[in-house]
Ligand binder design. Structure first.
Ligand code: AMP
Ligand code: MG
Length: 346
């Protein structure tokens, strides 16, 4: 071996040794957990893995701040939110909104088109009608349904991308972002953690979840319990899990009549409504969607609840890296899945 070759060999060995040494002595990531906090009308929890405790705490704070910011912009329970202002004023004039709100509206309309109108954030008047029906314990009349349906439809919503403004074509329309805003808040919270140095994390808002990287506890994947509707008691934790999903860099959202409903004359009516009939959607007890981001998972879970098993699976099978696990209302012991869903089940 000549001198040059010997030098090269020594250098290679040195580089490898330094690499091995770094791998052995680098500090293990630390995990921080926010616990369950009230947010967006439900419970939110953020878990973060980061190189040290300070970084992990910073990430948790940044993630929670993003969730509260999205809630402040998009909640229809808050009178001063951008969506409440739009709902009060967008028939009379074009209402300017922030970029995040406009982005959610734009994506919501995309999901409306993708689902043939099954997903529709202009559903507000029908949601109100069914909420009132629950309170009065009397189903809505045909005339009330007809009037509300006349105020629903994404074709009556004008989004101006140049001015970031929103306008209604019909009086008394109402936007309801309940089927997509949690997903958006989850995505923003996960991004905030990554920007602040997280090596892994999980954001859970009301059981809709996105995770990235690895948990700190030496595991490679995040394990997410899917609630069994038969044993669902509250919105915290998986209750009695029906199955456990093994996820990495993925989002998952579950919609279902078992979670929130109006009781009218002893009959449960899901909080998810079919825009085409004005009636609540009852065919699926539980719809779980796995997708690359939480907005997609959240919106599709609501859309597939309306579409039903056959059309819903047909839609999800067409989308890349997106899977569905459904429980039909008339066969609660049966799981209906897309072809790729099995790979995520532990
Ligand atoms: P999720 O729990 O994500 O399925 O969202 C359900 C919420 O979305 C409901 O409580 C309503 O606020 C809203 N919603 C109901 N029906 C629809 C629909 N067809 N399209 C979009 N949002 C809906
Ligand atoms: Mg949803």
């Amino acid at each position: 071996m000549n001198a040059n070759r010997r030098q090269t060999a020594v250098a290679v060995v040195a580089v490898v040794l330094v690499g091995v040494l770094y791998f052995c002595i680098r500090p293990a990531p630390v995990e921080a957990d926010s616990g369950f906090r009230l947010a967006m009308g439900t419970f939110a929890r953020v878990v973060c893995a980061a190189p040290d405790a300070n970084a992990a705490e910073t990430c948790i704070k940044a993630a929670l701040a993003e969730i509260h910011k999205v809630d402040g912009l998009m909640s229809d329970y808050k009178d001063d939110s951008e969506i409440s202002i739009v709902n009060r004023e967008a028939f009379g004039r074009a209402v300017a909104v922030s970029r995040p709100t406009f982005e959610v509206l734009r994506r919501a309309v995309e999901f409306s088109r993708l689902s043939g109108g099954a997903f529709d954030i202009t559903i507000g008047p029908l949601v109100d009608l069914w909420r009132a029906a629950g309170e009065a314990n009397r189903p809505p009349t045909e005339a009330e349904l007809l009037a509300a349906r006349g105020r629903v439809g994404s074709d009556k919503l004008i989004l101006d991308a140049n001015n970031l403004s929103v306008r209604f074509l019909v009086e008394k329309m109402r936007l309801d972002l309940g089927g997509i805003a949690k997903g958006y808040a989850i995505d923003r919270a996960a991004e905030a953690m990554i920007e602040n140095g997280a090596t892994g994390g999980m954001v859970d808002i009301g059981g809709d979840i996105r995770c990235f990287g690895s948990p700190a506890a030496g595991r490679d994947h995040w394990r997410i319990g899917l609630q069994d509707p038969k044993y669902a008691r509250d919105e915290i934790g998986p209750g009695k899990p029906l199955l456990v999903l093994k996820l990495k860099n993925t989002a998952v959202a579950t919609s279902g009549g078992y979670r929130r409903f109006a009781l009218v004359e002893g009959k449960r009516h899901s909080h998810i409504i079919d825009t085409r009939t004005g009636q609540s959607s009852e065919r699926l007890t539980s719809v779980t969607i796995i997708a690359p981001d939480a907005v997609t998972a959240d919106a599709l879970a609501t859309a597939v609840s309306v579409l039903g098993a056959e059309k819903g699976l047909e839609l999800v099978e067409k989308l890349p890296q997106t899977e569905a696990i459904l429980i039909p209302s008339d066969e609660v012991e049966t799981l209906v899945k897309t072809a790729g869903a099995e790979a995520y089940i532990k």
